[in-house]
Design a protein around this ligand. Structure first.
Ligand SMILES: [Zn+2]
Length: 273
């Protein structure tokens, strides 16, 4: 599933091509992705222009010139592209927005867990449906003290806390696994037993790893592709994610897995405590 770096990669790429472009025609080839596409039919998008594209958590907001915006989430297998209108439709292409420059924004999604909805935006440029999201991990609002307070307010495994979007938004399985390994903290470590120092290390590693992943254009897992069709390259830098049963790159101990909240999690029983 695309995580924060992938959403950031998409936002940056779309923000280079969409602002200033006007929508001239909307084509919907299916009735429903994760939610119904019917509201897009009556949303009067034709004639509206894009003003900016940005990210909040794992969502993208494609802001329009009438204080509304398209809320985009790639789900498991969603991908967007901006290519010439004349290009033949791809197999799982569900939404096409023809633009005034001969190009078209296309949303394809074989498994249809993605989301594309039109919402009014508040003064921060965000739709109310995203109000539940916690702080962005790359801002100062996500810091060691705040994470320590959240940790001691909960009594769960630390990896579950990291993946809770109301605590910090956009840290999914891949980056939680990598950050906890780098911080030397076991995914199952109870949050109410975390020290200040451990919370500081976890927060620092989450920020460092997300920043590196954004610089690499994201991770290519679950069919993620950038807007131009390129693959993110961060998967080459993954240290332990998906490597259970192989030797720990730091100490050589065989990496193990544990299941938390239905997701399997890789860890080193020696390096992570
Ligand atoms: Zn190890």
């Amino acid at each position: 599933m695309p995580e924060l770096p992938e959403a950031e990669t998409v936002a940056r790429a779309l923000n280079r091509v969409l602002p200033g472009r006007r929508i001239v025609k909307v084509t919907l080839r299916t009735s429903k992705l994760r939610t119904s596409l019917a509201p897009l039919k009556t949303a009067k998008l034709a004639g509206r222009a894009f003003t900016a594209v940005y990210r909040r958590g794992r969502y993208n907001i494609l802001a329009l010139d009438d204080r509304r915006g398209l809320l985009l989430h790639l789900g498991m297998t969603g991908a967007v592209s901006v290519t010439p209108v004349a290009e033949p439709p791809r197999k799982h292409e569900h939404v096409v927005l023809e633009l005034d420059d001969g190009f078209a924004f296309r949303f394809e999604d074989p498994r249809r867990f993605g989301l594309l909805e039109c919402h009014p935006l508040n003064e921060k440029g965000l739709p109310a449906v995203l109000d539940f999201l916690g702080p962005e991990p790359l801002t100062d609002d996500f810091n060691g003290e705040m994470f320590y307070c959240a940790a001691h307010h909960h009594h769960i495994a630390v990896k579950e806390l990291l993946m809770d979007n109301t605590v910090v938004t956009g840290v999914g399985n891949i980056y939680a696994t990598e950050s906890l390994f780098a911080a030397g903290v076991r995914p199952t470590h109870r949050t109410d037993r975390l020290s200040h120092a451990a919370c500081d290390r976890i927060v620092a590693e989450v920020k460092a790893i997300l920043a590196r992943a954004i610089a690499a254009g994201g991770t290519t897992i679950s069919d993620f592709r950038g807007v131009d069709g390129s693959e993110g390259s961060f998967n080459r830098e993954l240290v332990i994610y998906g490597k259970a049963g192989t030797p720990c790159p730091r100490c050589g101990t065989t990496l193990r897995t544990v299941t938390l909240g239905g997701r399997s999690s890789c860890y080193c029983p020696k390096c992570q405590r």
